[in-house]
Design a protein around this ligand. Structure first.
Ligand SMILES: NC(=O)c1ccc[n+]([C@@H]2O[C@H](COP(=O)([O-])OP(=O)(O)OC[C@H]3O[C@@H](n4cnc5c(N)ncnc54)[C@H](OP(=O)(O)O)[C@@H]3O)[C@@H](O)[C@H]2O)c1
Length: 254
């Protein structure tokens, strides 16, 4: 599958799934725009992309800030002229529960990135993606389809359930313009997501993660998710929109 001449905007590309997605897309000729808050990590990803012959546009930005989102879209259009594929991958986990008294703090922080930020990005990118008849892939989670395994995950689960509905609503709204919108719901994947929670891994948190089981008894690599993103956004999937692909090693079966 070739993505030559395609412009792929990846929101949340400084580590994990987004970083792998950028690297994999450059292997098949795409021009990638990589976005995140940590410039040092973005530069490491950019170096890997350059090894594949593509020099990515690096944008240090925080999608919980509206002005940053405006700048992401403006810089992408100024430098690349168009957007063919939007990968809404940015996401954070914060713990909070009713009885711990920190549910609303976790909710407010998570929603600003995982849902409101992604919705705002999509809103500003939509006019450009309509021009290219491109497509959007949202990175959700199996968490959005299940009762939280632990109350500490409540806000994260709500954000991903919201993203699942947003995916379908956007698919309906943009379909008449020839734009496809899909989601991928991973189970556990080896990434920087726990490190990025800024948590000390105490006994309670370790126990929380130990409760995560998969039927195949394995954890995915970020490349596995990147491959599914490329499949969904490529021309083999012209008839797929409003779908939510589960890639969870059978976690929902357990
Ligand atoms: N790892 C898993 O087990 C798993 C399972 C299911 C779903 N997911 C989902 O997969 C997606 C990618 O996560 P990951 O596992 O690859 O974790 P990760 O390594 O922590 O990557 C998250 C990416 O999002 C970016 N990001 C976070 N907040 C941002 C903000 N406000 N503005 C701009 N960029 C932001 C981070 O960059 P900066 O820190 O530089 O801002 C980073 O590039 C997330 O949506 C996550 O919910 C992960």
């Amino acid at each position: 599958m070739s993505f030559a001449e395609k412009v792929v905007l990846i929101i949340g590309a400084s580590s994990g799934i987004g970083a792998s997605t950028a690297i994999e897309f450059t292997k098949v000729g795409a021009n990638v725009v990589i976005v995140g808050r940590k410039e040092d990590k973005l530069q490491i990803v950019a170096t890997e992309c350059k090894k594949n012959g593509q020099d990515p546009l690096v944008i240090k930005a925080d999608i919980s800030i509206d002005d940053d989102i405006t700048r992401i879209v403006q810089e992408t259009i100024d430098k690349c002229g168009k957007i063919d594929i939007l990968v809404n991958n940015a996401g954070i986990v914060r713990f909070g529960s009713i009885l711990k008294g920190n549910l609303m703090n976790a909710f407010d922080e998570i929603i600003k990135t995982n849902l409101r930020g992604i919705m705002k990005v999509t809103t500003l990118v939509a006019p450009y993606i309509i021009k290219t008849k491109g497509n959007i892939v949202n990175i959700s989670s199996v968490a959005g389809q299940s009762v939280p395994k632990h109350p500490l995950f409540t806000s994260y689960v709500i954000s991903k359930a919201g993203l699942d509905i947003f995916t379908k609503a956007t698919a309906v709204e943009l379909a008449p313009h020839g734009v496809r919108v899909n989601a991928i719901s991973p189970g556990p994947v080896y990434t920087d997501i726990i490190e990025n929670m800024g948590l000390k891994l105490d006994e309670e948190i370790l126990k929380t993660f130990e409760q995560i089981k998969t039927a195949l008894n394995r954890v995915s690599t970020p490349e596995e998710v990147a491959n599914m993103i490329m499949y969904l956004s490529g021309n083999k999937c012209v008839g797929v929109t409003g779908s939510n692909f589960v890639l969870d090693n059978g976690m929902l079966l357990t």
